[in-house]
Design a protein. Structure first.
Length: 556
């Protein structure tokens, strides 16, 4: 056989082997693609084929190329022996953060808001995809776009490392937090896209979304500029890693909360939209209390302002969450009633996780009382063991802090209760949505602040610093309580007025809460039970049944 014939035979034998390998890879990719979220595939195809992505990606490459030439030319011969890495990195960072902090989150917002406007979401809702799958798919599309933008600018970032002055951990740290912020803004955009389907409100939300994203974009400049000069030293301190771990914990918990809120907004009306959110709120509170006690032991020893600030953040958080929960509908669908707890312990501890404004009001009260008790017990144990190193409890300041917390709880129960009563009254006259309920509570707080202030400015009381006239002003009263050196008669009277008013409002809300507590579990209709059994049977493979050849012979 000639050499040419041998070479041709070798090629013939090689070609099937190579085609088999590529066929295996193709089948594997096809198998993975078939099991991906269909929303992810659809959104990614639409995004990568759009003019917006092509223009943004082209501008990103062009700006990176232009900045590379201008930065090197501006540095001149000094680039060979001076540390120009931070300056070049900051320029590349500004180029990268615009698509990450503005384009990607706004694209996520428009992907869901556009379907709400065009009424195309109904086509998705009738498929087998659940609301969380839809949100995950759209969020995954935002992540893929983010990865494409990062991969385009990453060679330039590696170039800044070679210019000296910036180390690799600093680059990774800044990029990681930027990616997390971009992902968080994307899920916020998805939540904003589910708020309303009316076009005029969508226009307002679009303007607000663009303004907020641009604000975050410009705020990132001084933060990164300061980080570039300090991160080299901060990596060596344990406080730095403790603070970042706490921030990551807060980020993860709020990300889950917003994700579930976005999924709840697009689910069908008869579904349970509340329980997952309330469970997440309880987990957030436990994490928060744990970090407060930890920082009290390690970093904030003896700092009274740290405790007052921690309690204030907790009060603000539950007032905000209470605004959403008290705006829920008091009616429960049969679907939700079929999943209600029915045992005594279940009804005693889990009823507050059920949907409803009354249960939400009681849920806020229970969590605030539990938070103050747990936080106080934790700090008392720390002080008793001598780990706190502070005289807060020994000096008698515990009573002052307790009065501050009690006054804050009273204000929250007072204004949330008044808002709940106002919402119940408005529901008798017209439809009350979530947006209207979010307006009622702040309006009541503003009335409680400015009505006494107008009387204060128009009378001789304006020469006094503080009086019980401002008992309805939560901010001034709380600041005055925190700044007081002791609990005098005026502070005690303020506590009596606020807590008494909160108790009266809570009693007025008791009938509504009682009506929601009377909801009991209902049994499934036969049709629903049959459908659930069929669905469960499709998910599980049938058990093999023993057969006998004699049966077939008998049948013949």
């Amino acid at each position: 056989m000639s050499a040419e014939a041998q070479f041709a035979a070798v090629e013939v034998t090689r070609e099937p082997a190579a085609s088999r390998r590529w066929g295996t890879v193709d089948r594997a990719i096809t198998w993975i693609g078939d099991r991906l979220n269909p929303i992810l595939v659809k959104e990614t195809r639409q995004a990568l084929k759009s003019k917006q992505f092509a223009i943004t990606f082209g501008l990103l490459l062009a700006c990176g190329w232009v900045w590379s030439i201008l930065g090197v030319a501006y540095s001149g011969p000094e680039i060979y022996y001076s540390a120009r890495g931070p300056e070049m990195f900051f320029g590349y960072y500004l180029i990268l953060t615009f698509p990450l902090l503005v384009i990607v989150p706004y694209g996520a917002f428009r992907s869901l808001a556009g379907e709400q406007e065009d009424r195309t979401y109904e086509l998705l809702s009738i498929t087998s995809l659940g609301p969380r799958q839809i949100i995950r798919g759209k969020l995954g599309s935002a992540v893929l776009q983010m990865m494409v933008y990062l991969s385009a600018i990453s060679p330039c970032l590696a170039f800044t490392y070679m210019l000296r002055g910036i180390d690799f951990p600093t680059i990774l740290f800044i990029l990681a937090w930027t990616a997390l912020v971009s992902l968080g803004l994307a899920v916020i955009g998805l939540l904003a896209g589910t708020v309303t389907s009316e076009k005029h409100w969508q226009v307002v939300l679009s303007v607000m979304m663009i303004a907020g994203l641009l604000l975050v974009f410009f705020m990132s400049w001084p933060i990164v500029a300061g980080a570039l000069s300090n991160l080299n030293f901060a990596f060596t301190y344990s406080e730095f890693w403790q603070g970042n771990t706490a921030l990551l914990t807060a980020y993860a918990s709020f990300f889950v909360l917003i994700f579930y809120a976005a999924a709840a907004q697009i689910t069908f009306a008869s579904d349970n939209r509340t329980t997952r959110l309330r469970v997440t709120m309880v987990v957030q509170q436990l994490l928060y209390i744990g970090w407060v006690v930890w920082f009290w032991i390690t970093e904030a020893r003896g700092d009274d302002e740290f405790l007052y600030g921690s309690v204030s953040l907790l009060l603000a958080y539950w007032f905000l969450m209470g605004m959403f929960m008290t705006g829920e509908s008091p009616e429960l669908s049969p679907r939700v009633k079929r999943a209600l707890p029915q045992s005594f312990l279940g009804r005693a501890f889990l009823t507050w996780f059920n949907p409803g404004p009354g249960t939400g009001y009681a849920f806020v009260l229970c969590n605030l009382l539990a938070a103050v008790l747990v936080l106080g017990a934790g700090l008392a144990v720390v002080e008793a063991s001598g780990s706190g190193g502070l005289s807060l409890w020994r000096a008698g300041d515990a009573a002052q802090l307790l009065a501050f917390a009690a006054l804050g709880i009273g204000y929250i129960l007072l204004y949330l209760g008044l808002g709940l009563l106002a919402i119940r009254l408005l529901r008798r006259l017209t439809y009350v949505g979530l947006l209207l309920s979010l307006v009622v509570h702040p309006l009541l707080v503003l009335i409680g602040i400015f009505v006494p202030l107008v009387i204060y400015w128009m009378s001789d009381l304006r020469y006094m610093d503080y009086s019980l006239l401002h008992a309805s002003n939560p901010f001034w009263s709380l600041v005055e309580t925190a700044d007081s050196m002791r609990l005098d008669g005026e502070m005690i009277m303020l506590l009596i007025l606020v807590l008494g008013g909160a108790a009266i409002v809570a009693v007025l809300n008791l009938p509504g809460i009682a009506r929601e507590l009377r909801h009991v579990r209902v049994s499934k209709p036969k049709r629903v039970a049959a459908e659930d059994a069929q669905r469960a049977a499709r998910k599980t493979s049938p058990k093999p049944q023993p057969t006998s050849p004699w049966d077939e012979a008998t049948a013949d």
